[in-house]
Write a new protein. Structure first.
Length: 192
């Protein structure tokens, strides 16, 4: 049961994801979370560094799709800025938005990774669909009050995953022990 909450991989930020390594694993599509993954939750524009990362991923042959629980107009604006399709009001971890993303990407689950900052939405949803899940540290500490409450439970889950040996020492340390080194936002960064 606990394993469904365990990511396949962990990176401090999107910039630390080994894109070439993913390609070697046969992954050619990524479903990207938006808030606190590509950009800070309280921003309206994607930072230039994140735009560059998206373009690099495209150049390396990845098909991309955003799946966000955020509302339509903001997600649509970012989708247009980045030139990638997006699903808003996704209600992750429900399977439906991930199925829709796979349809958009025209790829089977085994060729798609989910990248996100939350265990109970991104990792759980991706694992339920047998996608390759990559957990990253949130870009900003600023979050919705409900998310902050969920983080407390998430922290306990991460501790248990580590104790049971599902999560590496390195991932555990980077997630709970050190601030995010260089997130896409220049705002407050780090651990929660
Ligand atoms: Mg997020």
């Amino acid at each position: 049961m606990l394993q469904i909450l365990c990511p396949n991989d962990f990176a401090q930020s999107i910039f630390d994801i080994d894109l070439d390594g993913l390609r070697k694993l046969g992954i050619s599509g990524m479903i990207l979370d938006l808030d606190n993954t590509l950009m800070a939750w309280d921003r309206d524009e994607v930072p230039a560094k994140a735009v560059k990362w998206v373009n690099t991923a495209k150049e390396k042959g990845f098909s991309l799709c955003i799946a966000s629980n955020a509302t339509g107009s903001r997600v649509a604006h970012i989708s247009e800025t980045l030139g990638i399709p997006a699903i808003s009001k996704a209600v992750k971890p429900r399977k439906k938005p991930f199925r829709k993303a796979l349809e958009i990407l025209k790829l089977p689950p085994e060729q798609v990774a989910v990248v996100g900052d939350q265990v109970f939405t991104d990792v759980l949803g991706g694992n339920r669909m047998q996608l390759y899940t990559i957990l990253i540290n949130p870009v900003s500490r600023k979050e919705l009050r409900t998310t902050r409450m969920v983080r407390r439970v998430e922290r306990r889950v991460i501790q248990r995953l580590h104790r049971k040996g599902y999560l590496s020492d390195r991932a555990f340390r980077l997630r709970l022990g050190e601030p995010c080194a260089d997130g896409p936002s220049s705002g407050k960064q780090g651990r929660y």
